[in-house]
Write a protein that binds this ligand. Structure first.
Ligand SMILES: C[S@@+](CC[C@H](N)C(=O)[O-])C[C@H]1O[C@@H](n2cnc3c(N)ncnc32)[C@H](O)[C@@H]1O
Length: 368
């Protein structure tokens, strides 16, 4: 029966057998880790695009689910990712989570330089050796750190198969961070990519999409089956390309993020019912007081001009908030149906009336 399988199916059976036998032998401490054969730097490519595992030269490597260690092994898909990223020979590419370097090797061929940020020391060692074996070391800088706690050097592009458990803060770091770049081509969990791709009016338009699309365009490049990874994750993946907008709206980013957190907190509620909630009114009232106090005389004067008394009780404040919604035609609207232009206008109306949404530290930029 084994012989009747295609070479690709046979390879999978072999990997599965190894994984199963390891599971039986493994202690509970290692339960979430899988043993696989390390892809050898001299491995050949089969007609179906998968690299052949040379078992004689394998080194055991525990791939940790907690670090999202699912290696993409299909060279056709790796090539397609690099091709769709339009890497130029003059580019410095930032790769996040290079792992054993399957994508890195392709990027090194296409780019002027690659900066790879990898948390796992074992991966760094394997990658370093592999790159030296191919005499590419002068083109690669490896930063062995947590990508969320690292300041990036300058780069032109991002191309990465990222650990899915940090998708949200990582996309926020790229889109809302201070680095300028042409595009970010990211392999993401399929469901996450669909959330990212949602548009105003779609049933699944959400806070992630509204925040990312304020500053960037997002396009789907391709879906990738979970079968293309070793070990296969539970879910399928997708490759998306994020292109920062050339002209960005003039808005206080922290104020915007806090505003969208309020608007998209409860699915399908109208703005009127959302802003009538007792808890929300109390929260906004205290934030607006803090904002006015922090912005000192200008804001206080503005607040007073608008009739906002610092000692105003919650019901007066609620009427003020709902009044803004009503008189501008927003009361019965649902946030998921509003365009960026409409949301920006509503935020400006609130702010002009001395109503503020944020008192958050910078760290919370990462919190979608
Ligand atoms: C999905 S694997 C991708 C490996 C490789 N790029 C590939 O396509 O085969 C994700 C990689 O990110 C690394 N990683 C996980 N969390 C990280 C973090 N916070 N900072 C940097 N690297 C991280 C993992 O160790 C792993 O090597």
């Amino acid at each position: 029966m084994f012989m009747s399988l295609t070479p690709r199916e046979r390879e999978r059976v072999m990997i599965q057998k190894t994984v199963c036998s390891f599971r039986i032998r493994s202690s509970s401490a290692c339960f979430s880790s899988l043993l696989v054969f390390r892809r050898n730097s001299h491995s050949q490519t089969r007609g179906n695009g998968h690299q052949v595992v040379e078992k004689k030269q394998h080194e055991g490597l525990f791939l940790q689910k907690s670090k999202g260690q699912h290696l993409l092994t299909n060279t056709r898909i790796l090539d397609a990712i690099v091709r769709s990223s339009h890497v130029r020979p003059t580019d410095t590419v930032l790769e996040i989570g290079p792992g054993t370097g399957n994508l890195t090797m392709k990027l090194l061929e296409a780019a002027h330089h690659v900066v790879a940020v990898e948390l796992d020391k074992r991966m760094v060692e394997i990658l370093h050796k592999r790159v030296c074996d191919h005499a590419f070391q002068h083109k690669l800088t490896i930063i062995q750190k947590d990508v969320l706690k690292t300041d990036f050097p300058e780069f032109d592009l991002v191309v990465a198969n990222i650990p899915y458990n940090i998708s949200s803060p990582l996309v926020a770091k790229l889109v809302y961070g201070s680095n300028t770049f042409r595009t970010a081509t990211l392999l993401l969990q399929k469901e996450f990519s669909r959330r990212l791709l949602a548009n105003p009016g779609d049933s699944d338009f959400n806070r992630l999409a509204v925040n990312v699309k304020l500053l960037a365009d997002v396009k789907l490049l391709m879906d990738v089956s979970k079968r293309e990874f070793v070990p296969p994750p539970k879910v399928d993946s997708s490759v998306v390309i994020i292109t920062p907008k050339e002209v960005k709206p003039d808005v206080d980013v922290r104020e915007w993020l806090a505003f969208t957190r309020t608007c998209f907190g409860k699915k399908n509620k109208t703005l009127g019912s959302m802003f009538r909630q007792k808890k929300k009114v109390a929260e906004l009232l205290s934030l607006s007081r803090v904002g006015i106090a922090a912005n000192a005389s200008d804001a206080v004067e503005e607040g007073e001009e608008q009739g906002l008394c610092l000692d105003a009780d919650a019901s007066v404040f609620k009427e003020r908030v709902v009044g803004i919604l009503r008189s501008n035609g927003f009361e019965d609207k649902r946030p998921s149906k509003l365009s960026h232009g409409e949301l920006l206008r509503l935020l400006a109306l609130f702010n002009q009336a001395g109503i503020s949404f944020h008192s958050l530290p910078i760290m919370d930029l990462h919190d979608y």
